[in-house]
Design a protein around this ligand. Sequence first.
Ligand code: C5P
Length: 212
Amino acid sequence: MAKNLNCLISAGPTREWIDPVRFISNPSSGKMGYALAKEAKKRGFVVNLVTGPVSIKAVDGITVKQVETAEEMRIAMIENYDTADLVLMCAAVSDHRPKFKWHQKKKKIEFPKNIEMIPNEDILEQLGRKKKKFQTLVGFAAETENGAQNALMKLKKKNLDWIALNDVSNSSIGFNSDFNEITLFSSGGKIAKLAFSSKEELATQMFELILK
Ligand code: C5P
């Protein structure tokens, strides 16, 4: 049991607002992140979950911080990072946001043909730069092609201990599905293929490997 250890998890999508009624987002359901949070709790961690908008009920005994934008998620992750022993960055963070947010709803006829986008900060990369010896940092890579190559590049670039790769080109797994298939890569060169399973079962297997 991981008594007195802290686990910080992010889950779900972020929303990047264009005006008060429109935003840019992605189909992340938050199911994988919530399954990880439940598993962490079961194993005795004190769990902090930072979640984008999802329709999953909060888990008993877990501290939940609800956020919408990538910037709100970044602030919440940084606030809870220094005391976290294990960090699982499972959220599907929007890489970009509109440069301007209109304060009034844009009428159909005045809606711009082009929306200028600017990059969001990479939260995980920022956490990787601040990582202390006692911390284990885990990222996710949702890829449609060259999965292993991209995942390994991100593992290194973001200074991670583990990265969990999933293939989002297959609609029976990944985004919004109850099931997933994961390949885990460690910075020490370990590779583990976790076969098609429910997200709960995969969360259990991920904790077993990471805590070994
Ligand atoms: O580079 P890519 O977006 O594919 O990396 C995915 C990983 O980085 C995920 O763990 C995701 O939560 C995290 N990420 C982040 N901040 C961003 C974009 C992605 O923390 N702005």
